[in-house]
Design a binder for this molecule. Structure first.
Ligand code: MG
Length: 145
């Protein structure tokens, strides 16, 4: 069983608190941030984060802009978008920009957990493939010597 390390990014503090408690109860490592700007700073020092759970509607840098920056700066980290009323378009745009998936708020915790597990598995597989490719490269170089 893998233990996902997630980052919850949402401007609504009570939502963040409640969700953090629920996710932590299910043995997830949870980091929190309240804006896109803060999320990017925190990801920079927490590069082993598996999944970002990202609110679409936030003041300042919105979810779509934050997603774009995360995909560019931390391409291995998977992103699940949280959408609300009137932000379905943003969810579609998010998928186009490389989000793993999206969920409508308020979301079922079990549904979110399932998506987090899937996204974490994808990230870990991706990392494993990169490790294997590096080993192959070393072996290939050695056989030429
Ligand atoms: Mg919001």
């Amino acid at each position: 069983m893998i233990t996902p390390k997630v980052m919850l990014v949402d401007d609504e503090a009570p939502f963040v608190e409640t969700m953090t408690k629920r996710l932590a109860k299910r043995n997830l490592k949870v980091l929190t941030s309240f804006s896109g700007e803060e999320a990017l700073e925190m990801l920079d020092i927490n590069r082993d984060t598996d999944v970002v759970i990202l609110d679409v509607k936030m003041p300042g840098m919105n979810g779509t802009e934050t997603l774009e920056k995360i995909r560019k700066q931390f391409p291995l980290i998977e992103v699940i978008m949280l959408t609300g009323h009137g932000t379905v378009e943003a969810a579609i745009e998010g998928m186009r920009l490389g989000a793993f998936d999206f969920l409508m708020k308020p979301c079922e915790i079990e549904q979110l957990m399932a998506k987090v597990q899937e996204a974490t598995q994808k990230r870990r597989n991706h990392e494993e493939k990169i490790r294997e490719a590096k080993v192959m490269e070393v072996l290939a170089t050695r056989s030429l010597e």
